[in-house]
Design a protein around this ligand. Structure first.
Ligand code: 13P
Length: 252
């Protein structure tokens, strides 16, 4: 059985004071947490949140990392810095970083290898644009991202990666992929991982991200190959995030 993950990607939202208020309110709620819960705030919120989450099962993730441990990389944050704060997950390959900050598959692959060798869990994002989907190229595109990002990853490390399928056209648009489309692509990714690393396909966790809301989470989580969600906008609202982490388990 793969443990589910509901991860909140706060993107560039929430000041440290707002983050503290959010977590105080969230922890005061009666949570019916089903699997792992991860909050990925901006870097400046990690320290105050790490203080609030001592001895709490809610885990912290970062939204980025550099490949080097230290040095002249103005504006960057390293693995040792994140580990010192108790961070366990790091989002890499998000489409916003690929598009706005021109991050290549090659650089994302280097970050992935760095995280694996440091025992941090990469949340590796993959996903096609609307243009690519309309041209029927979504499977080819996701496969090429997957192959490039997994370069030089050993078989015994693959199951430590979490993959997030995030179609770009569904991010922040309110237009989520249908649960069937999410399932189809997550299954495709799992099959490709199995082809590359026999025996590992059923172990790797694959999330869906893109306009996930409380209204859609149960249907999504009922899908066989969807192991969780990477949530943007709805993770910024205490009540919505509570409903997301308390999704209903469907055993059919
Ligand atoms: P939204 O949930 O706001 O569409 O964002 C999804 C996302 O990009 C999570 O990484």
């Amino acid at each position: 059985m793969r443990q589910s993950i509901i991860a909140g990607n706060w993107k560039m939202n929430m000041t440290p004071s707002e983050a503290e208020k959010f977590i105080d309110e969230f922890l005061a709620l009666d949570l019916d947490r089903k699997g792992e819960v991860v909050i990925c705030p901006p870097f400046v919120d990690l320290y105050p949140l790490s203080k609030k989450l001592v001895d709490n099962p809610i885990k912290l993730g970062a939204q980025n990392v550099h490949t080097e441990d230290a040095g002249a990389f103005t504006g960057e944050v390293s693995v040792p810095m994140l580990k010192d704060l108790g961070v366990q997950y790091v989002i890499i390959g998000h489409s916003e970083r690929r598009e706005i900050f021109k991050e290549s598959n090659d650089f994302i692959n280097k970050k992935l290898l760095k995280l694996l060798s440091s025992n941090l869990v990469p949340i590796l994002c993959l996903g096609e644009s609307l243009e690519e989907r309309q041209a029927g190229r979504e499977f080819d595109l996701v496969k090429s991202q997957l192959l490039a990002c997994l370069k030089d990853v050993d078989s015994d490390q693959v199951s430590n990666i979490v993959i997030a399928y995030e179609p770009i056209w569904a991010i922040g648009t309110g237009k989520s992929a249908s649960s069937d489309d999410a399932e189809t692509m997550c299954k495709f990714i799992r099959t490709e991982v199995e082809k590359l690393y026999p025996g590992q396909g059923q172990k790797i966790r694959i999330l869906y991200g893109g306009s996930v809301k409380p209204a859609t989470i149960n249907e999504l989580m009922a899908k066989e190959n969807v192991d969780g969600a990477l949530v943007g906008g709805a993770s910024l609202k205490v009540e919505d995030f509570k409903e997301l982490v308390s999704y209903e388990v469907n055993h059919d």
